[in-house]
Write a new protein. Structure first.
Length: 274
């Protein structure tokens, strides 16, 4: 993947810093994401990975630095404005409406594209009206996502009754329903079994290749990260260690040192590096 056509200008974070109660959570973190790639951020627990996502999506306002999306400075913008620009995310802890069906949760993900509103678009409309036409259009887009992620059997079930791994998939589907250009995935495989993780890898690649969505990924499963990432940023204690291709990052001595004490990840990294 090259840097022609301004791909490296698609998304950039420059010298991002934020402090909480005098403690530095992020310290001058910089990276760029090329359009169409899978860019992963790795680091031990508490390294500041989710804090980066929270700054990008407007949940936190950084103390220093800037966040640029397609050349526009979006630093500190409200979350709903950032979502309308084309940035969607999933959460490490599931943020779904458990007493609503999968279909209804995904339709809520379409709200930024709804012109007639959630209520008028979903209830009491005349056949052939603008609200009715819009409802049909949104449902068709949601059905395509359900088919893509093999969620047909769950579409009419209440989310709270579904297995945890399926709920994680529904959260991914809801983010896709927003039709993002940049998709932030925060620990998407957490709570999944081996088979579910393997399916997730295929779906993430499909999202990248078939839908053309750029992906920014946080993930603890190092094998998954190394298998699907185009480039990786490693951080520790809120500061960057190194950025590069998977082969160079996983053998970097400071990356291996940062993971000491996290047995599974360390074993994988040192096994590859050795």
């Amino acid at each position: 993947m090259n840097d022609t056509n301004g791909n490296n200008e698609f998304f950039k974070v420059n010298n991002l810093s934020i402090r909480f109660g005098g403690l530095s959570a992020l310290n001058s973190v910089s990276f760029h994401v090329k359009k169409g790639e899978i860019f992963s951020i790795i680091g031990p627990n508490g390294a500041g990975k989710t804090t980066i996502f929270n700054c990008i999506t407007g949940l936190y306002k950084p103390d220093d630095g800037e966040i640029l999306f397609k050349g526009k400075d979006i630093t500190g913008w409200p979350p709903h404005v950032i979502a309308k620009l084309g940035i969607a995310r999933t959460f490490q802890n599931i943020e779904l409406f458990s007493r609503m069906t999968v279909m209804d949760n995904l339709l809520l993900g379409r709200h930024i594209h709804m012109k007639t509103g959630l209520i008028s678009g979903a209830t009491f409309f005349r056949r052939g009206s603008r609200a009715a036409r819009e409802e049909i259009e949104h449902r068709a887009k949601v059905e395509r996502i359900i088919d893509m992620l093999d969620l047909q059997s769950a579409r009419d079930h209440f989310v709270g009754t579904l297995p945890y791994g399926t709920q994680k998939l529904v959260e991914l589907a809801r983010a896709l329903a927003m039709e993002p250009e940049l998709l932030l995935l925060d620990e998407p495989s957490a709570g999944m079994n081996s088979e579910e993780k393997q399916d997730l890898i295929f779906w993430i690649k499909d999202i990248q290749e078939e839908l053309g969505i750029t992906i920014l990924l946080i993930e603890h499963d190092m094998k998954m990260v190394m298998d699907i990432s185009d480039r990786i940023l490693a951080i520790n204690f809120g500061s960057p260690i190194t950025t590069g291709a998977p082969e160079s990052v996983r053998s970097h001595p400071e990356v291996i040192k940062a993971y000491l004490g996290e047995d599974e990840e360390t074993e994988y990294l040192t096994g590859i590096a050795g």
